[in-house]
Design a protein around this ligand. Structure first.
Ligand SMILES: Cc1cc2nc3c(=O)[nH]c(=O)nc-3n(C[C@H](O)[C@H](O)[C@H](O)COP(=O)(O)O)c2cc1C
Length: 184
């Protein structure tokens, strides 16, 4: 047993070898002892949101399960890719489901993200932060982690994580621990 706050980690990508999922895996390893991280893997089973289907009365099981997972932990951490200078549709879609379920009301949420290019998800995170404010979550302000050229920063094969990214994830895990305590 540890006193570390428990977080659910959600990567906003359906890609099998998603760099953002790998970023959460790295955070899980580096953050050990500060935060306990469980990684969410059921994103492919979240259906497209459609108000015609009476989503409040007919919430799909995958959404009910996700909301229960969120309610059971101290906070959510989202790693977002950037698509066309915003969040990918799959991430916005699941947040729309969560918004009507109220599972993130006053919940601590930490955000980070990485891209293969040079911008490191600045626009995507700004957009994500805006959505999370509208949902009513407590979105962690600092530290911010924008990872550019993510392909070459993550551990692969014999190659360890890039030292600077390792330090930034350590500081991020510290921030998550404090943020969760502040909003307990
Ligand atoms: C449709 C599409 C749009 C993209 N737009 C951007 C972008 O605006 N800015 C950026 O830095 N990268 C962009 N990328 C590159 C993604 O950030 C990159 O593919 C990233 O690795 C995706 O994250 P993942 O590995 O977690 O799936 C785009 C990729 C796709 C497929």
């Amino acid at each position: 047993m540890t006193n570390a706050p428990r977080f659910l980690g959600l990567a906003g990508s359906l890609r099998q070898n998603s760099y953002n999922f790998q970023l959460l895996e790295a955070l899980k390893t580096i953050g050990q002892g500060k935060v306990e991280l469980e990684l969410y893997t059921n994103l492919p089973n979240i259906p497209l949101f459609n108000e015609d289907l009476k989503p409040i009365e007919n919430r799909p099981k995958s959404v009910i399960d996700l909301c229960a997972q969120i309610e059971a932990v101290d906070g959510l951490v989202i790693a977002t890719p950037e698509y066309c200078q915003s969040v990918p549709g799959v991430l916005k879609n699941v947040l729309d489901w969560i918004s009507i379920s109220k599972a993130l009301d006053e919940k601590p949420v930490a955000i980070l993200g990485g891209t293969t290019g040079i911008w490191g998800t600045r626009y995507a995170q700004a957009s994500l932060r805006h959505t999370l404010v509208s949902i009513g979550s407590h979105t962690m302000q600092r530290p911010m982690v924008f990872v550019n050229d993510i392909r070459n920063q993550l551990p692969h094969g014999d190659q360890p994580i890039a030292p600077e990214l390792g330090q930034r994830l350590t500081a991020f895990a510290d921030g998550m621990q404090k943020w969760a305590a502040l909003h307990k």
